[in-house]
Design a protein around this ligand. Structure first.
Ligand code: ASP
Length: 325
């Protein structure tokens, strides 16, 4: 037996040296499940976008992708954790315009830098911003909303997902245009903030479309306007801020996937390819479009395009948000 084994081994070595037997192929990435951190509560837009896309990526990669919701400090707690995670491709983060751009001017001691501490993987979705309110909020349209919030600023509560979150910075922009400073009510994400809006516990919020379409269509909240130049096909009856009389308020957020700095180019490439494949899948596209997302085209999905987006967004938000700190 030992002899046969030795003989088999010797033959294998001989054949391998002749190039006739392929050496056992090391299993390539991923060999176990991957975690993507979502820096907000479950059920909000970042969580929803991450779940739709990673479900398809998991099929392509042949491993499950676990969503870990880590909340706090407008998404920066989770993003810091992701920046410090092992750069082996098994811990990723699905961040957004807040965690990877607006947080830079808002947190002078931010413990990570979006450009220096991450390898961009892919832009996952563009998400226009809407001005939303509880169903029984008195103003009937955007003009009335402007007059009402200016007249009642002290009494109003604007929900958001923490300082530096998309909902926070986009309403900061709205408030600076209107020259008001209402009380902000922070939540661990706009999933729970939306629940509070539906329950009438807060007055209004600015949020990503993905969170709003089901509630607007169900009539549980009001939508005054979408802050983009064109109406969104998922909400054909919601006017743009241009149509509704507040053209200066333009805001579109985005969600994107990143890995910790130093993750190998091969791993980044396979994650990027899986994300791109998900964005081409009919079922994924249908779901994202139903929720009002803008699906990035091929040129916008590359790691390089995401690096440029992050750089440009930091440059865009810094002068807007710096004076507010
Ligand atoms: N949309 C949220 C924000 O305001 C976060 C979330 O996805 O829950 O940043």
């Amino acid at each position: 037996m030992t002899f046969i084994r030795a003989l088999t081994g010797a033959c294998a070595v001989a054949l391998a040296s002749l190039g006739l037997v392929a050496p056992a192929k090391a299993q390539t990435y991923p060999t176990r499940s991957i975690t993507t951190i979502v820096p907000f509560a479950a059920g909000g837009p970042t969580d929803v976008v991450a779940r739709i896309i990673t479900a398809h990526m998991a099929q392509t990669l042949g491993q499950s992708i676990i969503i870990e919701n880590v909340v706090g400090a407008g998404g920066t707690t989770a993003t810091m954790r992701a920046a410090r995670a092992a750069n082996d491709g098994y811990t990723l983060i699905t961040g957004h315009m807040g965690t990877h751009a607006a947080s830079v001017p808002l947190y002078p001691k931010l413990a990570y830098h979006p450009e220096k501490d991450f390898e961009p993987i892919a832009l996952l979705a563009g998400t226009p911003i809407l001005i939303l309110a509880r169903r029984d909020f008195p103003p009937k349209d955007l003009n009335e909303f402007v007059t009402y919030v200016k007249a009642n600023t002290e009494k109003l509560n604007a929900a958001h997902a923490g300082v530096g979150s998309v909902s926070h910075v986009s309403c900061e922009l709205l408030h600076s245009i209107l020259d008001i400073k209402p009380v902000g009510v922070p939540f661990n994400g706009t999933g729970p903030a939306m629940n509070a809006l539906v329950a009438g516990q807060v007055d209004y919020m600015c949020d990503q479309i993905v969170n709003a379409v089901p509630q607007i269509n169900a009539g549980t909240i009001k939508a005054y306007a979408i802050a983009t130049p064109e109406r969104n096909p998922s909400l054909p009856n919601v006017p743009t801020t241009v149509e509704a009389g507040l053209p200066k308020f333009q805001a579109q957020a985005w969600n994107a996937m990143f890995a910790p700095k130093g993750t190998s180019p091969a791993i980044v490439a396979s994650l990027n390819a899986a994300a791109a494949k998900a964005l081409d899948d009919e079922t994924v596209r249908k779901r994202l479009l139903e929720l009002g997302s803008v699906i990035p085209g091929p040129a916008e999905r590359t790691p390089e395009a995401l690096a440029t987006l992050v750089k440009n967004e930091i440059a865009k938000w810094t002068p807007v948000l710096k004076p507010a700190t």
